[in-house]
Design a protein around this ligand. Structure first.
Ligand SMILES: [Zn+2]
Length: 119
């Protein structure tokens, strides 16, 4: 039977997480280790979230600051965030302002600012 989704456990620790096997310091935000974010300034926030994914033969662990915790993991944590942060760095494909719509039906007469008749 295929197991598509690993079991995920999400933990929160306000002071951040330390993995002594890796480093005596608290862990960086995982976004700093993602190649896709190499061009972004490093995240210096405390990685307060630990996300453990339990696969069949191994497990992975990631650390996220509050603003970078993926939405799906935030839901799994069942713990409301103190504030609403953008979930992740804005992807380049996301355009906040759509281009001005050009519709052939929207042609109306220009606004008439001058209603005074010239003598
Ligand atoms: Zn971060």
């Amino acid at each position: 039977m295929p197991t598509t989704a690993p079991e995920v456990r999400v933990f929160h620790r306000p002071a951040g997480w330390t993995v002594l096997a890796l480093s005596p310091d608290t862990q960086d935000c995982t976004t700093n280790h993602m190649p896709d974010n190499a061009s972004l300034p490093p995240c210096t926030d405390t990685a307060v979230w630990k996300v453990v994914e339990l696969h069949d033969m191994h497990s992975t662990v990631g650390f996220w600051c509050n603003s970078h915790l993926p939405d799906e993991n935030r839901h799994q944590a069942r713990q409301p965030a103190a504030d609403h942060y953008p979930a992740r760095p804005p992807p380049p494909r996301h355009t906040t302002t759509p281009p001005p719509a050009i519709t052939t039906r929207a042609i109306t007469t220009p606004p008439q600012h001058h209603q005074n008749r010239t003598p």
